[in-house]
Design a protein around this ligand. Structure first.
Ligand code: BGC
Length: 564
């Protein structure tokens, strides 16, 4: 089900301490709004305390304040729902805090009140620009309209104090942790979860259509309630156990990541195509999973005829799945070759015979949906970064070893699409001018002696016409001399290429995909030492097998399609 309401915690989720909303987060929030998502804030702060962020975002929705105790309307500046702490409970919290030597304050209107001046309270009120009153009589009064009480202490004391307060007020007051060093007290049952439920009901939005993101236990009820709940990497461990997704930290724009990868894509059907020199694979995809896929031989009469084949293949797949073409939100196409993704043009795909082809528009006019056109290795790298073997890396690479050699580079958390938008063609680095002819028209490219096709050819040469890379590897494992010699030579080649790639970007990790990755650990074991010896750097580079197998390109193309 598509997301219709998104609730964002502010501190250490949407912003880092004292900071502003980043450009990336702002851009993603704007995209979500354009897609019709009701984007709202759900914070432990009061209305005034949240006003700077409300302004930065240009929010014109309801806002959950005081950890769910109050819901305000940013258009009228009035509350639409408010709960209060019982006066007896307030006095007990203040007494107990006093007994433990802790600073506690309560909220009255948008300001705070404490018994004695305290540096924590002064710092807090200055940071949020809140009115601050010191009232020595605070424990003698009967209080009304107090949405929450707050203890501020040293961050490292919270884990020891939280259970103490929880036990003491069990069944009477809701106690949770929010920002580092903060212990919050609300009326029992008043939490961000019940508040988001209130807003969803008010707007006629179903629970399954809601999404929420936060970082601390003050967010746990809303994360449990939401159809999809996420926690930022810097968040609390308890929350990570209950969240549906763990996304990058607040410092690394986790909110934007959540919006782009979960909120905007949830429940949407997409079509992905992986066009290869022999086959075209089409997949119907939902929530980054392939529902069903089909394969047909690649055939080219004209550029138009390939686009038409994609369309026909998709229609029969949709029909088999009982789905209507109109329900498809976007289409992603990946191809082996140099692609100008922003212009939607295949520059040179030698194996497909496509050159300077405005292929994206040929596909688009048939489907009448947004289409992304991308290089197959770039698409696979994106998918492995978002869902697979390269997750959590900022600078890494995916090498596909198949008919050709494809290289997808991840630099600073993004797939690098080439300085002039034509991609990365590292399989066509020429290392031997007098070497064998390459499909690209040159000679001695890395691809000519590192691809799986090269290994197939070498296998046939030593083991006979029926042999291929797979049978060669079996023979190597049995210790057959001729096969072992070929394997040594081949792994020298591949390891040499990888070591050279490492020297260019010093990646945190390399993942190997494509047909030959089926050889798994045996392949990695055979090249690891050779790569380490060959690379400039003394520290070994982790090399792993890609996990999405042959689906990586298709899934990555679908992820790209979200961005067009
Ligand atoms: C192409 C690349 C492609 C790779 C893997 C190479 O021959 O030039 O663009 O990524 O094969 O398919």
């Amino acid at each position: 089900m598509a997301v219709k309401l998104l609730a964002l915690d502010i501190d250490d989720t949407l912003i880092t301490r004292g900071g502003s909303v980043s450009k990336n987060n702002l851009r993603a929030i704007e995209l979500a709004r354009k897609a019709g998502v009701y984007v709202m804030l759900a914070t432990g702060r009061g209305y005034l305390g949240a006003s700077r962020i409300v302004k930065e975002l240009g929010v014109d929705t309801l806002i959950v304040n005081y950890g769910g105790a109050v819901i305000n309307d940013t258009r009228t500046h009035k509350s639409v729902m408010a709960t209060e702490l019982d006066s007896g409970a307030i006095i007990e919290i203040l007494d107990y805090a006093d007994e433990l030597g802790l600073h506690a304050h309560i909220y009255q209107g948008d300001g705070i009140v404490s018994e004695r001046p305290h540096p924590y309270a002064e710092k807090y009120t200055r940071a949020l620009d809140l009115p601050y009153t010191v009232d020595p009589e605070i424990r003698k009064k009967t209080w009304r309209n107090v949405p929450k009480a707050l203890i501020i202490t040293e961050p490292e004391r919270v884990s020891e104090l939280l259970p103490v307060f929880k036990k003491r007020f069990e069944g009477r007051v809701c106690v949770s942790a929010s920002s580092p060093g903060f212990i919050e007290f609300n009326k029992l049952g008043a939490n961000k979860g019940t508040a988001i439920e209130w807003v969803a009901d008010h707007l006629g939005i179903k629970k399954e259509e809601t999404a929420a993101i936060g970082d601390n236990t003050l967010d746990s009820e809303m994360i449990k309630y939401a159809g999809i709940g996420a926690v930022v990497e810097n968040g609390n461990e308890e929350l990570k156990r209950i969240a549906d997704a763990i996304v990058p930290s607040s410092e690394n724009d986790g909110v934007a990541y959540f919006i782009e990868n979960y909120v905007l894509t949830r429940g949407k059907l997409k079509l992905g195509f992986d066009i290869g020199g022999t086959n075209i694979v089409c997949g119907l995809v939902k929530d980054n999973r392939i529902i069903k896929k089909s394969s047909q031989p690649f055939e080219k009469v004209s550029d138009e005829s390939i686009a038409q084949r994609l369309y026909d293949q998709a229609l029969s797949l949709m029909c088999e799945c009982g789905e209507d073409k109109e329900k498809v939100a976007s289409v992603g196409v990946c191809i082996p070759g140099s692609v100008d993704t922003s212009r939607g043009v295949v520059v040179d795909a030698h194996n497909l015979g496509l050159h300077d082809s405005p292929f994206r528009s040929l596909v688009q006019k048939r489907f009448n949906k947004p289409v992304a056109l991308v290089n197959d290795a770039d698409a696979a790298a994106l998918a492995e970064m978002k869902l697979g073997a390269l997750a959590g890396t900022d600078t890494s690479m995916l090498i596909t070893v198949g008919t050709g050699i494809g290289v997808g580079l991840i630099i600073n958390g993004r797939v690098f699409l080439g300085g002039r938008g034509k991609g990365v063609e590292a399989g066509h680095i020429q290392t031997d001018r007098r070497g064998p002819a390459c499909t690209c028209g040159r000679t001695g490219c890395i691809e000519t002696f590192c691809s799986a096709s090269y290994l197939d050819a070498r296998a046939r040469a030593v083991l006979g016409a029926d042999a291929d890379a797979k049978t060669l590897i079996s023979a190597v494992k049995r210790g057959e001399k001729a096969a072992v010699d070929v394997w040594e030579e081949y792994t020298d080649n591949l390891a040499g290429a990888l070591a050279s790639y490492i020297n260019i970007i010093d990646p945190e990790r390399i993942a190997i995909g494509g047909g030959l990755s089926g050889a798994g650990e045996f392949l990695i074991e055979s090249i690891r030492r050779k790569v380490d010896v060959g690379s400039f750097f003394r520290e070994p580079t982790p090399i792993v097998i890609a996990v999405l197998g042959n689906d990586a390109g298709l899934l990555g193309a679908c992820i790209y399609a979200d961005e067009v």
